[in-house]
Design a protein around this ligand. Structure first.
Ligand SMILES: [Zn+2]
Length: 437
């Protein structure tokens, strides 16, 4: 079984941000306490987690006796008891706690007691993260949905999310039908009906009417295995969705394709027999990211402005970019072998300042990583390091750093060949890929 992880950024309101940050802080504090307990165990001091949590000071520097052995199950039982006492069920679900203990126990088993939660441990939300509709997700512990740009997901992932959502709304509808006939008669079921409506009415209301078409190349299923990731500074948060790859269609084109991602052209592909260019319908110059202006009049709800911005982006990306992105995705993944520039786009973004915000806004970074990830499991893929600078090498004489460009058109200082910037890069990626296959 192969899984694929795709990240989408969250856009929480300040209040939501505070709750999300608190979840992270609680998880980190719990990790630190577990580490102190494990350290005490090593010194033969058997200290209950609850005592350590409440801050009882113990000096655990001096060796006291033979080490205490504590199993993962024992740790789990202590953490769950603590969670019950402190009422964590709303903030940190069982899945998060169990996963944190499992990760901690893995470290201890390898003889390593880390005092702090590792940076790469993302909080497991499991089914507590739900993609409600293309602009919002529900995250456990938060009372209102969080804005998230799910519309930037690649076609196959959007389709999987849509299938998951209709199954979920189907479950809500079934619950609604069950509660409705009984609701008027007895106060208990009426309360259940009211709480169902209070929680889910907006999901019923905003349930989408149309499904995105399935992707002809890849079939994915959304798993309820979502994680919450923060950047190092703790200022930006992402949900890491987990998809199972159910099927990848056989490639329709034999041989290798080399692909260069970009901003003027979303992708430029170079194969043995032909090349293909997928122009960006929203490239800078032909189109500008509209500046955000607050709507006229009063806003009743403080999150409405952020949501409106995400909604505007969704409309533009869906109408203009999706068709081009989808065409490129199908073209590339229909090849047997794929050569791509390393999809670590940090350097690329430094070189071309305008690329960063545009790529994040349009989901282009998600597309690049997604194509590389699918190719990794289903195709032979060669990743060309960005330092090999495909753009500045001449694809005719292969002299490095020899290309001089004026806008799109370039000329080689060594052999005098004329090349289009993107086609030259794609041809170089193709050649480097062929050499490494
Ligand atoms: Zn040349």
């Amino acid at each position: 079984m192969t899984h694929l992880h795709i990240e989408t950024e969250l856009h929480p309101t300040p209040a939501q941000r505070a709750v999300l940050a608190r979840q992270q802080e609680t998880a980190s504090a719990l990790w630190r306490v577990l580490a102190r307990q494990a350290l005490a165990d090593r010194h033969g001091l058997n200290l209950p987690l609850v005592t350590l949590w409440h801050g009882a000071a113990h000096s655990i520097s001096a060796h006291v006796g033979p080490p205490v052995t504590r199993t993962k199950a024992q740790r789990l039982a202590e953490v769950r008891a603590l969670a019950r006492d402190l009422g964590w069920s709303r903030e940190l679900g069982t899945a998060s706690l169990d996963d944190l203990v499992a990760e901690f126990s893995r470290h201890v088993r390898h003889g390593e007691i880390r005092p702090d939660r590792p940076d790469d441990h993302h909080l497991l939300l499991g089914p507590l993260a739900r993609p409600l509709w293309p602009l919002e997700v529900e995250v456990g512990g938060l009372e209102t949905p969080v804005a998230a740009a799910l519309y930037t997901l690649p076609a196959a992932a959007r389709s999987a999310v849509s299938t998951w959502r209709s199954a979920f709304i189907g479950r809500l509808d079934a619950e609604w039908s069950r509660l409705l006939p009984a609701g008027h008669h007895d106060s208990g079921t009426d309360a259940a009906l009211l709480s169902h409506l209070a929680r889910w009415a907006h999901v019923h209301r905003t349930s989408p009417t149309s499904h995105p078409p399935p992707c002809p190349v890849v079939t994915l299923t959304l798993r309820e295995d979502t994680r919450l990731r923060w950047d190092r500074g703790g200022s930006r948060a992402w949900l890491v969705w987990c998809f199972r790859i159910d099927d990848v269609a056989a490639p329709r084109t034999r041989g290798l394709v080399g692909a260069d991602p970009g901003i003027t052209n979303l992708w430029t592909a170079w194969g043995a027999a032909s090349s293909a260019v997928f122009p960006n319908p929203m490239r800078p110059g032909s189109w500008r990211l509209p500046p955000w202006a607050g709507p006229q009049g009063d806003l009743c709800r403080p999150w409405a402005a952020e949501l409106a911005r995400v909604q505007r982006d969704a409309v533009l990306v869906t109408r203009l970019l999706h068709p081009a992105q989808h065409g490129a995705e199908v073209h590339l993944l229909n090849h047997e072998h794929l050569a791509l520039e390393e999809p670590d786009l940090a350097r690329f973004m430094q070189l071309r300042a305008e690329y960063g915000p545009w790529a994040a806004w349009s989901g282009a970074t998600v597309q690049h990583r997604y194509i590389a990830a699918v190719a990794r499991v289903a195709r032979r893929v060669v990743l060309i390091p960005a330092r090999d600078a495909a753009t500045s090498t001449c694809s005719t004489c292969h002299a490095r750093g020899s290309m001089r460009y004026r806008r799109r058109a370039g000329r080689c200082r060594v052999c005098g060949a004329n090349h289009d910037r993107d086609l030259n890069a794609a041809a170089n990626i193709y050649r480097l890929g062929l050499a490494r296959l």
